[in-house]
Design a protein around this ligand. Structure first.
Ligand SMILES: O=C(O)CCC(=O)C(=O)O
Ligand SMILES: [Fe+2]
Length: 204
């Protein structure tokens, strides 16, 4: 299903101009709460695993999150609602910016208190598939005093701190925007996603 015409025009324009955008309202509060409940339940059941970095995804000291990938063909009801909306956004970005985004990958992430993710780019070594990073936040009533900002480093050498507030989707260009996750004083839950192009070295 297509999104209403123009729904994501502001996001597309900001990504083209600035390389990033904070998009509210992708899902209803009820849908967002369902995802948060599922993420918390998977965490409590021990189903989220220490994440790695790089193509081999071995555990790393750079990052302290626990993750669980969404499995295509086995999405839960809340995951399907999220993935459908992300797909509408992906198609709108293709229409407005001609990005050639063919699919996306997503995982739940929980950062325990005191853990973060050091400054990095989201492109994997030798792999140019990731074009747009999207992080959907699941934390109700987050207060800045609790820390946990995503610090986004901008081209003009300034930075922006974005707090992980439920319902907000942070979008940025994977190849250009260095960023880090600052430690928090409570569990920090999100869905990290990447919209991908066909790999340039993959042939046709
Ligand atoms: O959770 C966030 O705000 C960002 C996570 C991140 O940078 C990543 O998973 O690559
Ligand atoms: Fe990242």
């Amino acid at each position: 299903m297509l999104s209403p015409p123009g729904e994501f025009s502001a996001a597309a324009a900001a990504i083209a101009a600035d390389g990033w955008y904070l998009l509210p309202g992708l899902l209803s509060p009820t849908q967002t709460r369902a995802l948060a409940g599922e993420c918390r339940a998977m965490h409590e059941a021990g189903q989220l695993k220490a994440a790695g970095t790089g193509a081999n995804r071995t555990a790393s000291s750079l990052r302290g999150d626990l993750t669980g990938w969404f499995v295509a063909g086995a999405l839960s009801v809340p995951q399907r609602a999220f993935s459908d909306r992300l797909d509408q956004l992906r198609q709108a970005l293709n229409r407005e910016l001609m990005l050639g985004l063919v699919d996306s990958e997503s995982h739940y992430a929980v950062y325990r208190p005191g853990t973060g993710y050091g400054r990095h780019l989201d492109r994997l070594r030798g792999d140019d598939a990731r074009v747009v990073s999207a992080v959907f936040y699941l934390n109700e009533d987050w207060r800045p005093a609790e820390g946990g900002a995503l610090r986004l480093y901008l081209a003009d050498r300034s930075h922006r701190d974005i707090y992980p507030c439920a319902g907000d989707l942070l979008l940025f260009l994977s190849a250009q925007c260095e960023h880090e996750v600052l430690p928090a004083t409570r569990d920090r839950m999100s869905i990290a996603c990447w919209m991908r192009q066909r790999r340039l070295d993959a042939g046709v």
